[in-house]
Structures are given as C-alpha cells and as structure tokens.
Design a protein around this ligand. Structure first.
Ligand SMILES: [Zn+2]
Length: 166
C-alpha cells in the first residue's frame, strides 16, 4: 500500500504535554490556520480565555483519532463520530452548519466540513465530507443553505491561500 494521503502522526504527541497551536502546527506539519480551524470545530483548549491557547496532548490525540475515524469508517448519512461518546451520533438539527472548502477531492468534488453539536453529550462534532455529500444532505432536507458558514468571508483575503493545505 502506498501512502498517498498525508496522515498526521498522533504518535508524535505526548499525552501529558500541552501544546501551543504553533507547536502543533510544527509537530504535525500542518498550517497553523488548520489548527485554528480544528479549534473552531471542536479541538478543546485548556483555557479559552487565555492566549496563546494551549491544548493537552491527550485532547489533540483524541481529536485526530476522531478525524481519522470519520475518514476511515464512513458514517451513515447525517451521522458524526463523537469523540466523547466514542461512537456515531447525530447532531442537534439546529446546530448543523457546513462549509465548502477550496480543497479538491478528486476531479469534481471539493472538501466540505460539516459541524454540529452531539445531541447526546453536546460535544462539538466535525465531519470531513464533500460538497456532493452536502448536496445529498440538502436534498434529504437534513441541511439547508442557511446552514452555510463562511470561514473566509470577513474581507481578510490573507487567509484564503491557506485552505489548500488543509
Ligand atoms: Zn456525544
């Protein structure tokens, strides 16, 4: 099997250590903006009120695991992998949002991120999906265009380039 996709290696992360976003970005070879997006989508920081943010290694590992899990095991339509419940969960419908990124998946699709809130334990949920899947969910009435969020629409064009590395 050849390694086509770049996988983050959670083994580099020590569970009892805490990491700044910069350190995470270096350790995992991802852009710092990616770490910020992870944070927005449920990566817990030790203290939301304290900057720079720090993340416990154990939290980071768990987050990466859920991310891999959701890529490895396709969930049923509308389901997320909840890192707290450690199983497939649905989001509260009123908390469902999605965004289409610029990252291409294959020739015709783009990567989409769907996020929500676990209906059981209120954990933020994140699903790496595709724009095709989003349309499918829209057709089923599980998502609507109103759910669409724009990460990059604040006139801050300097952010736009980084999404390619996601
Ligand atoms: Zn849950």
């Amino acid at each position: 099997m050849t390694k086509k996709k770049r996988n983050h290696n959670p083994n580099l992360i020590k569970e009892k250590h805490s990491y700044s976003f910069e350190e995470i970005s270096e350790k995992l070879n991802v852009h710092i903006r990616t770490v910020q997006i992870w944070h927005k989508h449920g990566l817990n920081v030790i203290d939301e009120a304290k900057k720079p943010y720090l993340v416990y290694g154990v939290e980071l590992k768990q987050f990466l695991k859920a991310k891999q899990q959701s890529q490895k095991h396709p969930l049923k339509t509308g389901e997320f992998f909840c890192t707290k419940c450690r199983c497939a969960r649905k989001s509260r419908p009123e908390n469902l949002t999605f965004e289409i990124t610029r990252k291409k998946l294959g020739k015709t699709s783009k990567q989409a991120l769907i996020s929500g809130i676990c209906e059981i334990c209120s954990q933020p949920l994140l699903l790496f999906s595709s724009d095709r899947k989003v349309r499918e969910l829209e057709m089923k009435g599980m998502l609507s265009a109103e759910c669409k969020t724009t990460l990059y629409g604040n006139g801050d064009s300097s952010c736009n380039t980084d999404i390619e590395r996601y």
